[in-house]
Design a protein around this ligand. Sequence first.
Ligand code: F6P
Length: 359
Amino acid sequence: MGAYKRIGILTSGGDCAGLNAVIRAVVHRASTYNWDVWGIQQATKGLMARPPQVVCLEPTEVDTLLTMGGTILGTTNKGNPFAYPMSDGSLSDRSNEIIEGYHLLGLDAMIGIGGDGSLAILRRLAQQGGINLVGIPKTIDNDIGITERAIGFDTAVNIATEALDRLHFTAASHSRVMILEVMGRDAGHIAISAGIAGGADVILIPEIPYTMESICQKLRSRQERGQNFCLIVVAEAVRTESGEPVTRQDADGTRRFEGIGHYLAERISACSGAETRVTVLGHVQRGGIPSPLDRLTAAAFGVAAVDLIAEEKYDHMVTWQNRQVVSVPIAEAIAQYSTVDPNGTLVKTARGLDICLGS
Ligand code: F6P
């Protein structure tokens, strides 16, 4: 048994199902070493506050977290600490306040659960301020290249697949074209996985350019076979035919992907005369009870992250590779952004099933 440690844990970036299951696993594993775990609230904001905003996480209190959606610690995907938006509209570098917060708490190490953007920021803070950081990948987008799985992806795919299962019957009953718009940022992983699993007829992803003619040709060939309905899945970052992203502006000026489903609905009606309806699944994909696979991944990642701290193997992220959890340098992990491989197995599978990918 090594020396006593006090470890901090924070969740950063967009929430997803399975974050609380990771927190639970970390607390349980740390208790086997007789270490304490302090939960840092609202990502790095908790370390910026004075006094730093933390809660002591007791093993006896975390059991109900296994199935709970969201994150009990809170999170944010805004406010880069190196260019932090201040109330007067200026941007300020507040990195040293966060680093000071970590040291004020007397932490020996910190586990950061985040996507590529959050992990890049946490690593920069760690390098600058001597923070002993271990990373755990989470993102419904599954776009961190070095790991086959990130927390939250499987649940998001389950939810999108269930949506398709439900849309199937109403589409068939009304002979309609049903368009399901899913999240994923610039990667089409959710769209292609849920599209195949949910029996979509057309799957559009940012990685494969499409033409309206090929979609309408698919509708016509289904009609010729007496199939008067169609299920289309589109990833949020798919562009218009002329290559424009379809976005909506938030009150703070940030542009977010939203609206490609409605764009396609209009264009498909115009070219085929079909009756179209759109479902934008949105944040439903991030909420709710984590799938068994996400819980399992959360458990394995949580245990492995604490074990990395026991080995004092910092600046590493736990990853899932070849059916095992291994660790890789965080710098390597965030350098590899993963999109859907247009020549990969899932694309070949979709084409093999005669699913139209728009090209
Ligand atoms: O990265 C996760 C994600 O859910 C993306 O799929 C989506 O584009 C984005 O976050 C939405 O962000 P917000 O929660 O700020 O609307």
